[in-house]
Design a protein around this ligand. Sequence first.
Ligand SMILES: [Fe+2]
Ligand SMILES: [Fe+2]
Length: 474
Amino acid sequence: MIDYTDKIPNNVDLGRDRVLQRALEHWQPAYLSWWYDMGPNESHNFEVYLRTAISVEPDGWAQFDYVKMPEYRWGIFLQPRDEKRQVNFGIHKGQPAWQDVPGEYRSILRRIVVTQGDTEPASVEQQKMLGLSCPSLYDLRNIFQVNVEEGRHLWAMVYLLHRYFGRDGREEAESLLARRSGDTDNPRILGAFNEPTPDWLAFYMFTFFTDRDGKFQLCALAESGFDPLARTCRFMLTEEAHHMFVGESGISRIIQRTCEVMKENKVDAPADVRALGVIDLQTIQRYLNFHYSVTLDLYGSDVSSNAANYYTSGLKGRFRETKLEDDHTLQDATYPVSEVIGDKINTKQVAALTALNERLRDDYIEEIQAGVNRWQRVIDEAGIPFRLTLPHKGFHREIGNFTGHFISPTGEILTEEQWKAHEFEWLPTSEDYAYVQSLMSGRVAELGKFANWIAPPVKGVNGKPLDFQYVRFN
Ligand SMILES: [Fe+2]
Ligand SMILES: [Fe+2]
């Protein structure tokens, strides 16, 4: 169980290590002041119907109650230790899992923890303004739930930095509160986390596409031979599932509403659809193209010696590593990656160890495709002849083998001029953003009411009805 009587709730027996406890208690006010500045706008007095973890077991989510968000009990929760756990891949395969940081891997591990940690506050910063234009109280509650949990994920990484990386760990923990999403001087580490999330369509896309990158990174780190990292990530994954639900169901509800309006009014031209105050499917496709392509870049280069090192050293595994049936060292295995040669996209086999980024990206794409297929079903069931598609993997990429090439959504290699001539059929235009923004002029806060551009969800939170007071504004 989690101890909520401590100043910092935890299940790691924090009270036994006074130095660590004091260091974290010193970081806590800095964190709160970051939350006051960069957390959701105007939310400090709201009481929000939030879930709080009461234990780290899969059914430990029992507690739902009103919480003033700055009083949310951010804490440190790790899955319990399995004494028999081993390093399950790489050159140390078969050794007992490490309970401390192996000296030779210290700086790589710190880098991994910092890079993961940096994404957590970044997304809170990106979503800061959205509460002011929520489509319902239900959705407002959901975004706040996501935000407090991203804050907790930051705590999870900061615990590892303080506990295992000494002074440089503490310095990194401070830097995590100093960088800002989109800041020109001190930006967040990864590209997608510096892109704005200007509206709720972008928010749902972000939680579907980019939080799912988070899931895949966490899954790979949950296999780590460094046991405290693995145990931390396992618990974070239980929180992540909800974020992706918010994204997938949010987009699904927008599509559903658009299709209803199109059918009722027998319209299909985007301008006519917009005239009825809902988001045309073409704009949804352009947002999808954007969020998908910037998220694919987060996996890094297709061929990467760093990825090989992380794996060989036992620090970062593959998706579902222990369920895969092979030698878990990948010494002789190969893996296909794409490259652009002249006017063709070729596939070549490379050493599987160097292609682990690409492999994780492919695992991700498979899951994304399944989600897009579920959205498509909503369109099909409405009888509307529109196909929502994932663009080609090489479309609009800035990292890896496709960088510098102009690939259409269907995978043709174009010249820069050809690409530019179509760019705004494929990616959101300033006009698209302005239109979506125009739908979100204010907060929909009436009980049980939903904005015109989105359908209500199938059910409420924790068995509560849709007209439940999910947020009290005071
Ligand atoms: Fe997270
Ligand atoms: Fe998340």
